[in-house]
Design a protein around this ligand. Structure first.
Ligand code: FAD
Length: 395
């Protein structure tokens, strides 16, 4: 079977996002995600018609079967719009759950939950972080899943469960053996959102916005939730091993999405610089400060992309463990580039940069989290620095 033409796919998606996608994006920026949903659903139909659905999934599951490096290029173009990934059904956290369930869920879970998720008929979420414990120490958690006959009974409190509002199931990380070594204590278990004892406490107000549907982060509770033991994904005690495997490709996806955001911000910044006049015939672009911001942004975006593509290549050839250092480096480096480029683009737009006339303000609010989620930057810097220094200490 012939490989998909990734360059053609990128062009197709760019045309969609720059054309009909702009109206849906504008509605989303002005009125929020939920108001834009009818337009977004219609655009998903267009994505399927164009043969661009689920680039990360194998063709046998209705996808395009892209490699990680190929998907990285697609993720960049989709990142140019806050609606891009959702249109192709490769948005986080669903994409991570799909990958996880593909390899580690049994056939009945795949039939009941994974198939409709891959078809885009339902959504899912991932509940790991707890308000009471530092998420940067993931082995420290209070949520438990206790075996009772053929079931698990789950009790716990989680938050920042992205997209829980309207999702059909969550995958929860819960302690199944408190006496095991820290990294063997927890398991991943699928919980239907309509299970008795499960509740969404609230959509958390994040940077002044509660959001809704896929665009939200919830506080959730598990109060004696009973699910069959067959809802476990992977083996008992394998939760952290699976989480690690999920996080490697996930960081490449996020980083390439951030680079897509940077490219859009860069375009907006440059266009504004050449059209906004400080006085007749005196565009902003004539000022050296603006020229420096443009030059610095160009160099920073291009260097971040090279780093991320190299990490994706390393992941594909050497696996998650072999690419550990590159994965740590791209996470904090790209998040920092994203923040600097967005900040410059907003500054060039002046007050307009704070409005919904462009996606800059939305990204500024939503992507501040880039330095926190998927492991705070400081944790990645520490692990990379430690690994490098360890090699020096050996000689
Ligand atoms: C937008 C967003 C979406 C999210 N979505 C999900 C989701 O879907 N599911 C889910 O389970 N979780 C999700 N999270 C939670 C996320 O995984 C946690 O916020 C993250 O792991 C950090 O945990 P924490 O917030 O408890 O911060 P803490 O662990 O309390 O850390 C606070 C700060 O301490 C500093 N710090 C931590 N460790 C070190 C160190 N070793 N050295 C120096 N400084 C350090 C860092 O500056 C860090 O920001 C999301 C978070 C955000 C912001």
């Amino acid at each position: 079977m012939s490989r998909p033409d990734v360059t053609a796919l990128v062009t197709t998606l760019r045309t969609l996002l720059d054309g009909p996608g702009l109206a849906a994006e504008a509605t989303m920026l002005r009125d929020g995600w939920v108001a834009a949903l009818p337009l977004l659903v219609a655009l998903r139909g267009e994505v399927k018609r164009l043969g661009a659905w689920a680039p990360h999934l194998p063709p046998s599951d209705g996808g395009l079967g892209l490699t990680l490096v190929e998907f990285a290029r697609v993720s960049e173009v989709l990142g140019r719009s806050p609606i891009g990934h959702w249109l192709c059904n490769c948005q986080a956290p669903d994409i991570g759950n799909m990958e996880l369930m593909h390899t580690h869920a049994d056939a009945s879970l795949q039939g009941r939950w994974l198939q409709p998720l891959m078809r885009g008929e339902i959504r899912s979420c991932f509940a790991m972080t707890e308000p009471e414990h530092a998420g940067s120490n993931p082995v420290w958690m209070s949520t438990t899943a206790v075996r009772d006959g053929d079931d698990y009974v789950i009790n716990g409190h989680k938050w920042f469960t992205t997209g829980a509002d309207g999702a059909s199931f969550t995958i929860v990380m819960a302690v199944t053996d408190a006496d095991a070594t820290p990294h063997k204590r927890a398991s991943m278990i699928l919980v239907p959102m309509d299970a008795s004892g499960f509740s969404i406490v609230q959509n958390i107000n994040v940077m002044g916005e509660r959001g809704g549907d896929h665009h939200s982060h919830a506080e959730v509770r598990f109060d004696g939730v009973r699910v069959p033991a067959t809802n476990r994904i992977g083996g008992e005690g394998e939760g952290f091993t699976l989480a690690q495997a999920r996080l490697g490709p996930g960081r490449v996806h996020h980083c390439m999405r951030w680079i897509g955001i940077c490219e859009r911000a860069f375009d907006l910044m440059c266009r504004r610089a050449v059209t906004r006049e400080l006085s007749p015939g005196e565009p902003l672009a004539r000022r050296e400060t603006i020229q420096h911001w443009v030059a610095e942004s160009r160099a920073e975006i291009d260097s971040a992309r090279l780093l991320v593509l190299e990490a994706a290549q390393a992941l594909e050839t050497r696996g998650a463990l072999g690419a550990k250092e590159q994965i740590a480096a791209i996470k904090f480096h790209t998040a920092a580039v994203l923040q600097r480029v967005l900040d410059r683009a907003i500054q060039v737009h002046g007050a307009m940069g704070l409005t919904d006339a462009t996606p800059l303000a939305l990204w500024w609010a939503h992507e501040r989290g880039a330095r926190i989620y998927d492991g705070p930057d400081e944790v990645h810097k520490q692990s990379l620095g430690r690994a490098i220094l360890k090699r020096y200490a050996q000689h």
